[in-house]
Design a protein around this ligand. Sequence first.
Ligand code: 5GP
Ligand code: ZN
Length: 142
Amino acid sequence: MSDCIFCKIINGELPSTTVYEDNEVKAFLDISQGTPGHTLVVPKKHVADIFEYDAQFAAAVFSRIPKIARAIKKSDPAIKGMNIVNNNGAIAYQSVFHSHIHIVPRYTTNDDFKMIFKDNSANYTPDDLQEIATRIKNSMEE
Ligand code: 5GP
Ligand code: ZN
């Protein structure tokens, strides 16, 4: 993809601060540094989002995450936890449409990363949940 910023980083046309690289992925510091050490793990092959992954590609990309995450954690004793986030689609906050996984080190409860899971459980009966689950099951690939 000639106009893709992450393809340009991967092929060396644009600089990045790389922390890990192999045949499948390149991991480099996110320019925003949401928290210190915020890293992007980016597949070398251009795919837009998770919906374009098959099982083999997912295995290749996601298998790199634990060792990169452990290295980031080990790099700074102030890191107490980590959020691993993959945004898919503009509605889900994706802004670069070359798939990537954010590794966001967490330091304190009031550091600069926030994620809110609203509790809507009171609005759902067991039947409502079953109906949603059935629709998902019926949509599952082999
Ligand atoms: P998204 O919003 O698509 O999940 O995440 C895209 C991320 O890419 C953002 O966190 C943004 O800071 C980062 N980003 C955008 N352009 C560049 C760049 O040129 N270099 C680096 N290292 N990160 C970038
Ligand atoms: Zn790309």
